[in-house]
Write a protein that binds this ligand. Structure first.
Ligand code: ZN
Length: 174
């Protein structure tokens, strides 16, 4: 397993649509292993393949807390079949939008169809934090970031901060 570099905004790559996976083979499983390793190291609770520069419809999630046993979840070609009509709000952050957080409202339950680590088709209903996390990650596959749900003003403030941060990072040449 290898820890990969996580792409951050602004980066046009993060805005592209990811492509469907035809077959869950060893190369896809190795991608999922790398994604999980990268997510744990960050640390984060969810990661989409596009965030490490691979435009494939693959996401990994693990909501286990630090002192809990790891519980990795793998979703290939995830698709939301139904959404609840009631919403839940969480303060969301994103490994590709470092240091920024905002309250985002999303359906509090969703039924999702996907292929698992073995390539088997599964359907399950997620609620609470998991539902939010799945929706956030599926957004990545469409090139959508959580900041896109904010007002223009709020979003441009965040983008300004991110650009500044990036510039100052690039200036450090040792
Ligand atoms: Zn994210």
């Amino acid at each position: 397993m290898t820890i990969k570099k996580i792409l951050t905004e602004p980066n046009p790559f993060l805005r592209q649509k990811s492509k469907k996976v035809d077959l869950v083979d060893d190369s896809i499983r190795s991608l999922m292993d790398d994604m999980l390793e990268t997510m744990y190291a960050a640390p984060g609770i969810g990661l989409a393949a596009i965030q490490i520069g691979v435009p494939k419809r693959v996401i990994v999630i693990d909501l286990a807390r630090e002192n809990e046993k790891k519980n990795p979840l793998y979703f290939v070609n995830p698709e939301i079949i139904t959404n609840s009509k009631t919403d839940a709000s969480y303060e969301e952050g994103c490994l590709s939008v470092p240091g920024q957080f905002a309250e985002i409202s999303r359906p509090d339950k969703c039924k999702v169809k996907f292929l698992n680590y073995q390539g088997e088709e599964k359907i399950f209903e997620a609620d609470g934090l998991l539902a939010t996390c799945i929706q956030h990650e599926i957004d990545h596959l469409e090139g959508i970031l959580f900041i896109d749900y904010l007002s223009k003003l709020k979003k441009s403030m965040i983008m300004k901060k991110l650009s500044k941060h990036k510039k100052s990072l690039e200036r450090v040449i040792v």
